[in-house]
Design a protein around this ligand. Structure first.
Ligand code: SPD
Length: 457
């Protein structure tokens, strides 16, 4: 990280700690094998950043690190282990061997051959590209976020200003995010769960408490978006982007603008309807279409919603959260259950596409920047979170992704057609018809069963 950026963020400098060559260690090697022995050289090479344990840190902007890989290898642990550091960043106590104990060893230690070998190894270690001697390795932050949620120029600017790489992986639903983390994906630093998922992740102990003094831009977040039910003190989450769930439609393909969720059961649009591939969102739509709360824990109501969704299934072309904008643009679907920003983006490409929130109301949601408890780069992660909330950056992100920024100061920097677009920044009246998805506790198992039945049958 460059020094100015470190100062700006009040971060402590990472100077690279572990000298590779430890004379005691080298002598221990020398006691048992020749310094030219391939094993000795290999022992040094293993410290190289080009080592396979760390090689997945691809260049910035690359999407090359598959989560499965992250599950297999926690590079931080491996890297620290190879430098003799514990996971907590402390130096592991050196193993002290009784030395020298044998008269022959004393002779060996005095031999000129050994002195030369020792000098050779010291030079080798000093020249090794893996040496940490003063050359701090660039930190790579791993961001796990929604697809189509990143503004590349903003990320590049962060990398340039802070000297930190950012690698991005994406997910399509909160449940996918949670499943990957529960499945052991351990290399991520910053994640972007929605409201109810923040509360679940807090309960499961997955999130780190934030040092809010490192996120001064939190002060610029709209007061009504802070301290929400899922994290009342914003101890673990920083509001990022928010939006609504409604229907995107192609006005050239439907007889009239849909007023009700019932439009998604209209036989005339058989095969021309897409639904989000998102358990809670799909049940929210089905529950609200019957006038129920989208957080019902009443199993009878939930079952009735499932029956309605089953009946609707033959009309549905696809359950997708990732390409319904393209389906709308290409005319493959006429009606898409979807998120505000994604549909506004489609509308920017094809003006006959519109967005509506049905009269029965639907979901309001907020996605949040959180740092995982397992993150090895919490200071850098907080710098990143704060950076994304700089008004200029936040405005740039919203201009691209078309979701409302939580940053109040960003709104005045937005082009008028975004700042005043009611599909992006809905009116108070619209918001009054909307409901937040909440953690339904144990009832989630019934939702999971119903969702699985719907998807497999
Ligand atoms: N393509 C990005 C969409 C982000 C949507 N987050 C919304 C979650 C609502 N439950």
């Amino acid at each position: 990280m460059n020094q100015a950026a470190i100062k700006e963020q009040g971060l402590s400098a990472h100077t690279g700690t572990a000298p590779v060559a430890q004379p005691g260690n080298l002598l221990l090697f020398a006691r048992v094998v020749s310094p030219h022995h391939p094993d000795v050289l290999a022992a040094f090479r293993r410290r190289s950043p080009a080592d396979s344990a760390v090689r997945y840190s691809a260049p910035p902007g690359s999407h090359a690190a598959p989560p499965a890989r992250l599950q297999r290898v926690n590079p931080v642990v491996r890297r620290k282990a190879s430098r003799g550091l514990t996971h907590a960043g402390l130096r592991a106590p050196a193993t002290r061997h009784p030395f020298p104990t044998h008269p022959q060893e004393k002779v060996l230690l005095c031999s000129p051959v050994l002195v030369i070998a020792f000098a050779f190894l010291l030079i080798l270690a000093a020249c090794s590209p893996s040496s940490d001697n003063g050359n701090a390795k660039k930190v790579t932050l791993h961001l796990f976020t929604w697809s189509d949620y990143t503004e590349e120029t903003v990320v590049k600017e962060f990398e340039r200003r802070f000297g930190i790489h950012v690698m991005t992986d994406t997910f399509g639903s909160n449940e996918e995010l949670l499943a990957k983390l529960q499945g052991g994906a351990s290399g991520y630093d910053v994640v972007v769960p929605s409201d109810y998922m923040v509360s679940i992740m807090i309960k499961q102990g997955l999130l780190a408490e934030l040092d809010r003094s490192k996120v001064p831009n939190l002060a610029q977040v709209y007061a009504h978006l802070k301290g929400l039910y899922y994290d009342p003190q914003n101890t673990y989450s920083i509001p990022y982007l928010w939006g609504t769930t409604g229907i995107g439609y192609n006005a050239e393909m439907v007889s009239s603008p849909p007023q009700s969720w019932q439009a998604l059961w209209d036989e005339r649009y058989k095969g021309k309807i897409s639904l989000l591939n998102d358990e809670r969102e799909v049940f929210s739509m089905a529950l609200r279409s019957a006038g129920e709360s989208l957080n019902t824990v009443d199993l009878v109501k939930l079952e009735a919603a499932k029956v309605r969704l089953m009946a609707q299934k033959p009309l549905v072309k696809a359950y997708t959260s990732e390409n319904y904008d393209q389906l709308l643009i290409s005319g493959e679907v006429a009606l898409a259950h979807g998120w505000s920003g994604t549909i506004v983006r489609a509308a920017a490409e094809k003006p006959s596409i519109k967005y509506v929130i049905p009269q029965e109301g639907g979901t309001i949601w907020q996605d949040n920047l959180c740092i995982l408890k397992t993150s090895a780069h919490k200071h850098e992660a907080m710098a990143f979170v704060n950076f994304l909330l700089e008004p200029q950056m936040a405005a740039q992100i919203t201009t691209k992704v078309k979701y409302a920024s939580a940053n109040e100061a960003a709104r005045v920097l937005l082009p008028k057609e975004i700042a005043q677009n009611p599909a992006i920044y809905p009116s108070q009246d619209t918001v009054a018809r909307l409901e937040w998805i909440k953690d339904v506790g144990e009832t989630i198992k019934a939702y999971d069963r119903a969702w699985t039945e719907l998807k497999v049958k």
